[in-house]
Design a protein around this ligand. Structure first.
Ligand code: RFL
Ligand code: PHB
Length: 390
């Protein structure tokens, strides 16, 4: 088999890259380790920046999002029993975010790839990049008991944090930066009316909580929990009680509870791998970087990588101009580090850290008090939350 761009990973980054390349006349093949149902069963991100929603529209996959997604022009910070609003639209000169699930984005991308005859090979095992330092890289993989080979001009490793792309870069080339947090997020999806029509991020002495949603009838809630917590120790009633305890009184009183449809614990991590290119292989999305979900940046960063990489590949093929590919890593990383900083600072401000003590708690309270009473500080927060320009 032969193609122009061999893509490892059929998550949002790989699918969006393939779709954009197709519309620009560049061929690709996606190799995905899991089945399509498995990929679509993962409940992940919910908040899309305008940069990503514009990209989805340009890639002809924005119609359902525009019908069903919810535009949010603000969100709330809860602390010390108070609820303070960050007016995203007012503070950023009209920018907003879109609440629309990653699962739905992925579904829309699969449908578009199918409709346009895109090749996605699911359940491709043992994917391995070869000869990435030469002009003739290729991928091998196992499918239905056979070893297959995919020759290509370039490889895009969009295979997430546990993928094989990053691991194929020699250790003396790759530098990684990491911070692992001692807690995770216990998340619940329930068919209930969201407690508020905007998101609420809560700092509470019992730990962080987040009230989010997927639609007006589907809620997504998270609470900070030890990362090694046994999920069976959290029957629904215990989850709802703990969530209520961490919300301001009137929000807790309004909270509609019901059976969980999904419940899982996600670890929190900050991670960056540099550079995002080695030879003819390029890393994009979670394959190169992870942010804790507090700033809602992970999927959005995957999208900005795809924005830079797709443009670089298109100018390479269209104009034989390789400057975009040469500058890809530096360009992508400059945006990545700013989102890392924002996600880290929001994580530090909103969670309970075992070592923080009473002084640390006072510092968080003062920071939140300052943030929500200073227009300059709120503007900085809003500007980052809606997403820095590409
Ligand atoms: P993905 O989604 O992990 O997709 C990678 C794909 O590669 C496949 N794969 C392989 N395929 C072939 N061979 C191999 N060896 C392979 N190894 C892996 C995998 O099966 C998978 O299908 O990475 P991608 O495309 O870079 O997308 C990144 C996003 O998924 C991620 O950043 C976000 O979900 C993060 N995130 C959020 N991001 C936001 O922008 N806004 C949010 O509100 C938000 N909330 C979240 C989140 C992530 C969460 N969890 C569970 C980590 C909330 C949570 C709870
Ligand atoms: C979500 O709805 O899953 C979500 C929303 C905001 C975040 C993280 C996750 O910061």
């Amino acid at each position: 088999m032969k193609t122009q761009v061999g893509i490892i990973g059929g998550g949002p980054a790989g699918l969006l890259l393939s779709q954009i390349l197709h519309l620009q006349g560049v061929e690709s093949v996606i190799l995905e380790r899991q089945s399509r149902d498995y990929v679509l069963g993962r409940i992940r991100a919910g908040v899309l920046e305008q940069g990503l929603t514009d990209m989805l529209r340009d890639a002809q996959v924005g119609a359902r999002m525009d019908r069903e997604g919810l535009i949010h022009d603000g969100f709330h910070l809860a602390f010390g029993g108070r609820l303070k609003r960050i007016d995203l639209e007012g503070l950023t000169g009209g920018k907003t975010v879109m609440v629309y699930g990653q699962t739905e984005v992925t579904r829309d991308l699969y449908e578009a790839r199918d409709a346009m005859g895109g090749t996605i090979i699911h359940e491709a095992a043992e994917v391995k990049p070869h000869d990435i330092e030469t002009d003739a890289p290729y991928l091998t993989f196992e499918k239905d008991g056979m070893t297959e080979r995919l020759d290509c001009d370039f490889i895009a490793a969009c295979d997430g944090f546990h993928g094989v792309g990053r691991k194929s870069i020699p250790a003396n080339v790759l530098k990684t930066y990491e911070r692992v947090y001692t807690f995770g997020w216990l998340g619940v999806l329930s068919r209930t009316k969201p407690v508020d029509d905007e998101l609420i991020y809560a700092n509470h002495e019992r730990g962080f909580a987040l009230c989010s949603m997927r639609s007006n009838t589907l809620s997504r809630y998270y609470i900070q929990a030890p990362v090694d917590e046994d999920i069976n120790a959290w029957p629904d009633d215990r989850f709802w009680d703990e969530l209520k305890a961490r919300l301001p009184g009137d929000a807790a009183a309004r909270l509609e509870t019901g059976p969980s449809i999904e419940k899982s614990i996600a670890p929190l991590r900050s991670f960056v791998a540099e550079p995002m290119r080695h030879g003819r292989m390029f890393l994009a999305g979670d394959a190169a970087h992870i942010v804790p979900p507090t700033g809602a940046k992970g999927l959005n960063l995957a999208a900005s990588d795809v924005y830079y990489l797709s443009r670089a590949l298109v100018t390479q093929y269209g104009d034989a101009d390789e400057s975009g590919l040469l500058g890809y890593s530096e360009k992508a990383l400059s945006r990545v580090w700013k989102a890392e900083r924002f996600s880290w600072s929001m994580t530090m401000m909103m969670h309970k850290f075992p070592e923080q003590g009473e002084f640390g708690a006072k510092m968080q309270e003062a920071e939140l008090d300052y943030l929500t009473s200073s227009k300059a500080a709120m503007t900085a927060m809003a500007e980052n939350y809606v997403g820095l320009p590409y």
